[in-house]
Design a protein around this ligand. Sequence first.
Ligand code: FAD
Length: 381
Amino acid sequence: MSSYKSRWMDENLEVFRRSVSQFVETEMLPFDEKWREQQHLDKEFWRKAGAQGFLCTDLPEQYGCPGADFRYEAVFYEEQWRRGLTGMGQGVHSISAHYIFNHGTEEQKQRWLPKMASGELIGAIAMTEPGTGSDLQGMITRAVKDGEHYVINGSKIFITNGYLCELLVLVVKTDADAGSKGLSLLVLETENLEGYRVGRKLKKMGQKAQDTCELFFEDVRVHASQLLGGVEGRGFVQLMSDLPYERSTVGVQAIATMEGALEETVKYVKQRHAFGKPLMEQQNTRFKLAEVHALTRAARIFIDRCIEDVVTGTLDNATASMCKWWLSELEQKVVDECLQLHGGYGYMDEYLICRMYADARVARIYAGTSEIMLEVIARDL
Ligand SMILES: Cc1cc2nc3c(=O)[nH]c(=O)nc-3n(C[C@H](O)[C@H](O)[C@H](O)COP(=O)(O)OP(=O)(O)OC[C@H]3O[C@@H](n4cnc5c(N)ncnc54)[C@H](O)[C@@H]3O)c2cc1C
């Protein structure tokens, strides 16, 4: 395949990619089967990733983070997702850290970010509830002020990193009558937190090594100093401001999956024979793969621009939504075409393409569904 190099890559990033790649090969790949069975990674792995400087890479050194930029985050996603390793909730960890960095008080940043960078605190973000997902304002989990504390009651569902989570950015209603101005973000240290309960690890179609859980809150008391930014009613604005970042991470995961699927399929069709010749020599195979190759390259060029814009802080909401919508939709199409070329083997769980197919489906749903993305894009017209 012709080589294409992202313009944002440089020598330092090449070195970083090599060390990430080696880390992923030795510290992730051999454990993936075990993690898929237990439905979560080992905490120890997170600590190792932190020790290597692979967590919160794009946040500043003054908070104990590596002080690089989003390109480094992207490289870590790419090296996992192109190998079909989808268990680590790096996205929600980084996004939770970004909420704290962008909206937290100085004391909150000092308190939590260094531990998120070291992997001592695994982050998660809890918005979705059994009764509502896309419509955030329909949520009912409440936090009521009681002296120096908030008392929380309610539940959340589908929470990535839910089982391992040690630091939870929780969306609550602090004023039931104030619409979007009634939402606030509380940051919970979950260890030994009375009234906090982690429910089932949910059995999913794909992303089996990822711990996706229900969370329950029964009279959970947290100190008012854990209100993000220290001001009530800012939750909605805080969440919205970081959406372009979150959406671009899904785009990076999608492109890495597409590139991994194509590479894997080319290898497969070159060695698999039918009717006396390699599958690669059938015209249908060549045309299908040519199409996948062209679409993947176009998507790569688009995501590369988005990555550059995240680095400069110029990625707008509509473009980020186009990125999330288009790449996650395309990912499904590309992985499906690649699976088809594997024949029956493509349907077998031990084949990477099978796992990629199941893993990819949710990209059109989480971090804002495709339909919600189209709503946002339409508003830009
Ligand atoms: C594996 C996984 C991991 C997740 N991780 C997290 C997490 O870490 N934290 C978290 O808070 N949540 C998480 N989620 C939840 C996810 O973000 C929601 O599932 C998603 O936002 C959709 O919400 P919903 O499931 O309630 O669907 P609904 O909102 O009920 O939507 C159902 C359907 O209706 C459509 N729809 C809804 N509103 C509109 C509209 N206005 N116009 C057109 N169509 C509409 C939707 O697009 C969808 O097709 C995760 C989900 C999954 C599956």
